[in-house]
Every structure is written in structure tokens, then in C-alpha cells.
Design a protein around this ligand. Structure first.
Ligand SMILES: [Zn+2]
Length: 584
């Protein structure tokens, strides 16, 4: 848990305009800044950043949040890492964690211990590399310089069953087993997992050592060995080389995904710095969405053999729902017998980049594979083709890409687009990986409840002046108001809630989209001063009290239309008499 006071302090010392401008080109527009939204594809800027209120809002896709939220969404960081990153650029020392329970405390301490152990092991392996001419020769033979080896913190695990004892006098500590460095054999005998291997440390997004990959030096098996899954290391979530590649990914706007750590290092050596590797697992959705957040273009690189094509197909299936219209995914198949490491060493970085630019598109790869399975010259083959295409086309979430693929499928199967859509049951809207853009650009509600909601953000504790029983319960804006009331009751001191803290608070809310929009409308469209907004709010609270209750309105309409029951008519008359009597 990061203490609330620290977060407030951090948000006070961070300028969101600075943070966002590291990634998005912003132009001043009145009191605010405008730019092209990094979260959806657009030609005219609707991404607005308020320096006064310290939050951003996209009028195109509804993206909304403060500086912490921006780092999470844009850099693909977790909450704690986003706070750490901002704290370090603000020159603030992270507070000590305040664990919630003794178990939590124990777990955290354990984790800290494990990170420290991994770091110590890495330093040990690096020192060992200097004493190992065989390993140095191997790296030199692969064309690697000392500079690249240092940048990737490459080391060497000696050919010794208990080499780590030199770095860890407490070799019996069970933490060494827990973080995967040491194996507990039968009869309690312990030995190092990695022996006679060139060691590639695997780093987390913030640069901590979480695992190792080891490449055998001699003829031993397996050729590549990774750390097992540990409390620090979850293979399906991590990629190798991200920390070293981050700047190059940003500069190129592209990320290349390869299969091995040696590929990543060799590519960096030959000037292709934006490569990362999956870690002995098939591509996962976490990989794809993490990388698409960092780059505009994702290129998978596979060997041209059968195994490579199979792995590529798996990556394609994972990418279908995640590819975005403005962030294409493509596939590069190397000539048979080559891997990225060997290719770049014999042909150079420029030749590889040429291949990258010509990589097969996701749709091209999909359609080529499907076509290969069916004979498009016969009606049977064409209908088989349509059937095979159906589940894949259904999973494409990017609307533009989906439309293009449907058109091509239709043409190949010799049917019309409408027929193809019907046969593949594409009428229902696809599930979007992100909120659909039209959500935020839909017309604003006109209700009194919406007017209250938009003005409430001038001084949030105002909402507590509303009598919830007067709200029309069926309106989404009423539900949003009610949720805001609950959030504020749980937030403690409401006077301390700045707009940027609110932006984060509502981001997680069930009615987050509605609430974000209200906050944005007040600040960017209504542009009311706080006092104006507060007095308008109070006028609308009055109007709400004067408003005829929903039940009464229905009753009156039924009587006027002549469809009321005798009982309803009697109730209506009583009400009318009552209101006449109450008149001054
Ligand atoms: Zn947007």
C-alpha cells in the first residue's frame, strides 16, 4: 500500500503536462493542452490535458485519468511501478511499504529478500564471466562486444555443482531454492541449477532481476534453460530485453518479438535495438497488450520452418482481438535455416530491417493460411473456407481491420459482403479490447441529474446535498451520482480531493465513463468558475425538489389519457385537492 499522503504529495509535485509530453506532442489551446490521443486512432486532436486540474481526458475514446493513470495506461506499468517512476522523476524517495497484516509483511520481506538474492547472483555471474575465457570467446564468436555484454549484464555460471556457495555462504537457505537458483535434489542434496552456461538476466519492467536464461557452453542439454516460475517470475507476463529496448522502441515506434535472448542481444549489437523475446512460452495476450501499449507497430519474427509457422499461428490467434486499427501486427518469417541471430550476423541490421518493413500483415497471414486449407476452385472448397474463416474473423476487434478482412473473405469465397457477414454471423458487435470510441462522443444527456453531475465536480462534497430519493432511478446519470456519493463517503476528507485525485478515484468506478465525462465537460466545455458552478448546482438541486415525482407524473398522464382505473382517478383527485389546499 502506498500511503495516501505520499500519493497526494507526488501528484502535487508532478506536472501532468510534462509527463504526457514525454510521449505525446501537445499544443497549447487556451488554458489547456491538446494532442492526438495515444489511446485511439485519430486525425484531429481530442486528447485534452489540463495543467490547472492535472488530469487528461480524450473526447474521442473517453480515456481519462491523472499522471499516475497515464503512466499505467501508456507505459503499461502497474500502479506501484507507475508511482515509482513518477517519484523518481520528481526526485522523491518512495516511502517504506506499510504492510497490512503480518502475513503480508512476511511476504513482502521475503520478496525483497528474493530480489536481493537475484541481484547478488547476477553480480556473481558477471564477475565469473571475466574469469572465463571460454565464455568470453563464445560471446566474441557471436560478434558481441564487451559493451553489449555489459548492457545486457551477461554473466557466466561456472561448471561446478555448488559454485553459488562462493556468493552465498548461507547456501542451505531455502530462499535460494524458492527463487530458482538452487535445486533441492533427492536425499536433500543441493546443487546449482545453472552450470557451465552463459547467463542472461531477465529484468522486470523496472529493472529488477527476476530470473535468468542460461545458454549451455558445451554440448549439454538442454541448450537453453530458464529459471522456473517463482514468486518473482511469471513467464507468460514477462519479456526478455524490455528495459534495454524501451528507448529504441519509442524511437522506432515499433517492437520486434523474437524467440530467444541470444537473438535480442545479437540484434541490439547490429543496431536493431527494439527487439524483445518471449521466455520459452508461446505468446500470451499479456505479452501482446503490454507491447502494443509501448509501440505503434508489433512485428513477430519466427523461423521459416514448420515449428516457426505453428508458433506464429498461435501468436496470430492471440493477437486477433488485440490488434488495433492504428496499431498493426505483422509477421516476419526468416529464410529456412536462419534465426534472427544468424541472419543479422551474416546479412547485417539493414537487411533485417528491410525484411521487417516487408513483413506479412496479420490479415495477409490469416487469409493465406486459411486459403491453403481449402480449394477455392470448387463451391465445397469455398464454403469450407468461409466456415474456417468464421471463428477468426469473429474475434477481430478492430472495426476497420475486420471490415477489410470480411471484404477479402467475401471476394475469395465469391459471395457478397452481406452474405459473408451473414454466414459468419458478424451482425453482433465485436467485443472491443478498449472502450468503443463512440461511447464518449454520444450526445450528452439532458436530464437534471446530468446537469447536477457535471457541476458536482466543482466541489465534490456538493453531491451530499442531493436527496437520493428525488433522482430518477432508471437514468445512468442518477446511478453515477449515487456512486459518486458512495465514493466520497469512503474517501475521507473531501476537501483534500483535487481534480487529479478524483480522476483516479472515478476511473475504477462502475460508472467511470459517465463520471469521467462529467468531470471533463465541466472543465473543458462548460468552463464555469467554481462559484458559478456551485450556484448553478444549488439551483438545480432546487429544481429537483420542485420536480413532479415520477409516480405522480405517470398518474396524471394516465388520467388525462383516460386509461386510469377508478382507484387511480380517486388518488389523483385527492392529490389535486391536496395541492390546492396547500396553496398560500
Ligand atoms: Zn482517445
Amino acid at each position: 500500500m502506498i500511503p495516501e499522503s505520499f500519493k497526494q504529495d507526488l501528484l502535487n509535485r508532478t506536472d501532468i503536462v510534462d509527463v504526457v509530453s514525454r510521449y505525446v506532442q501537445l499544443k497549447k489551446a487556451g488554458a489547456n493542452f491538446l494532442g492526438l490521443c495515444p489511446f485511439h486512432n485519430e486525425k484531429t486532436p481530442s486528447f485534452t490535458v489540463s495543467p490547472a486540474k492535472q488530469f487528461y481526458h480524450c473526447f474521442g475514446c473517453g480515456a481519462h485519468g491523472n499522471a499516475i493513470g497515464f503512466m499505467m495506461a501508456h507505459a503499461g506499468l502497474g500502479y506501484v511501478d507507475a508511482v515509482k517512476e513518477l517519484a523518481s522523476s520528481a526526485g522523491m524517495q518512495m516511502p517504506e511499504f506499510q504492510p497490512r497484516s503480518p502475513e503480508e509483511a512476511a511476504r513482502r520481506e521475503r520478496e525483497t529478500d528474493l530480489y536481493a538474492l537475484m541481484e547478488r547472483a547476477m553480480e556473481f555471474y558477471r564477475a565469473e564471466l571475466k574469469k572465463a575465457p571460454r565464455a568470453i570467446d563464445y560471446l566474441k564468436g557471436r560478434g558481441l562486444t564487451g559493451e553489449i555484454a555489459a548492457r545486457f549484464r551477461i554473466g557466466y555460471a561456472p561448471n561446478d555443482w555448488q559454485a553459488l556457495r562462493a556468493a552465498f555462504p548461507e547456501y542451505e537457505d531455502k530462499a535460494l531454492v524458492e527463487c530458482g537458483l538452487v535445486i533441492q535434489g533427492e536425499e536433500g542434496k543441493r546443487y546449482d541449477r545453472f552450470r557451465d552456461r552463459v547467463m542472461f538476466p531477465i529484468l522486470s519492467a523496472r529493472g529488477a532481476v527476476i530470473g535468468f536464461g542460461g545458454r549451455v557452453l558445451g554440448e549439454g542439454e538442454p541448450k537453453y534453460l530458464n529459471s522456473p516460475e517463482t514468486p518473482l517470475f511469471e513467464k507468460g507476463r514477462e519479456v526478455y530485453g524490455l528495459v534495454q529496448a524501451r528507448d529504441a522502441i519509442r524511437a522506432a515506434g515499433r517492437v520486434l518479438v523474437v524467440e530467444g535472448y541470444m537473438d535480442v542481444v545479437a540484434l541490439a549489437q547490429f543496431g536493431v535495438g527494439y527487439a524483445v523475446a518471449t521466455l520459452g512460452t508461446a505468446t500470451t495476450p499479456v505479452h501482446v497488450s503490454k507491447l502494443l501499449r509501448l509501440a505503434d507497430e508489433l512485428v513477430f519474427c519466427f523461423d521459416g520452418d514448420a515449428a516457426g509457422r505453428k508458433a506464429a499461428w498461435r501468436a496470430l490467434e492471440v493477437s486477433l482481438p488485440l490488434a488495433l486499427d492504428n496499431k498493426p501486427v505483422s509477421f516476419l518469417f526468416l529464410p529456412e535455416g536462419d534465426d534472427p541471430d544468424s541472419y543479422v550476423r551474416s546479412h547485417g541490421g539493414d537487411a533485417l530491417e528491410r525484411l521487417i518493413r516487408e513483413a506479412q500483415t496479420l490479415s495477409g497471414f490469416l487469409l493465406a493460411e486459411l486459403r491453403a486449407q481449402s480449394d477455392l476452385a470448387t463451391p465445397e472448397g469455398r464454403s469450407r473456407f468461409l466456415t474456417a474463416a468464421k471463428p477468426h474473423v469473429q474475434r477481430i476487434a478492430a472495426p476497420g481491420l475486420r471490415l477489410q478482412v470480411v471484404k477479402q473473405v467475401a471476394e475469395m469465397a465469391r459471395v457478397s459482403q452481406e452474405e459473408a457477414e451473414r454466414l459468419m454471423e458478424l451482425r453482433s458487435a465485436p467485443t472491443y479490447a478498449r472502450p468503443a470510441p463512440q461511447r464518449a462522443s454520444a450526445p450528452l444527456p439532458l436530464s437534471l441529474e446530468w446537469k447536477l453531475l457535471a457541476r458536482a465536480f466543482a466541489r465534490p462534497e456538493l453531491v451530499l446535498e442531493i436527496d437520493p430519493s428525488l433522482l430518477s432511478p432508471e437514468l445512468p446519470e442518477s446511478q453515477a451520482l449515487l456512486e459518486l456519493m458512495e465514493l466520497l463517503k469512503g474517501a475521507g476528507d473531501t476537501a483534500r480531493l483535487s481534480d487529479s485525485v478524483l480522476a483516479e478515484l472515478i476511473d475504477k468506478a462502475a460508472h467511470g465513463a459517465m463520471l469521467s465525462r462529467a468531470q471533463a465537460v465541466l472543465n473543458f466545455e462548460l468552463r464555469l468558475g467554481e462559484d458559478e458552478a456551485v450556484s448553478e448546482f444549488r439551483e438545480f438541486v432546487g429544481a429537483l425538489r420542485r420536480r413532479e415525482p415520477e409516480a405522480d407524473r405517470t398518474l396524471r398522464q394516465r388520467v388525462l389519457k383516460g386509461v386510469a382505473t377508478p382507484d387511480e382517478r380517486r388518488r389523483f383527485e385527492e392529490k389535486m385537492l391536496g395541492s390546492l389546499r396547500n396553496r398560500p
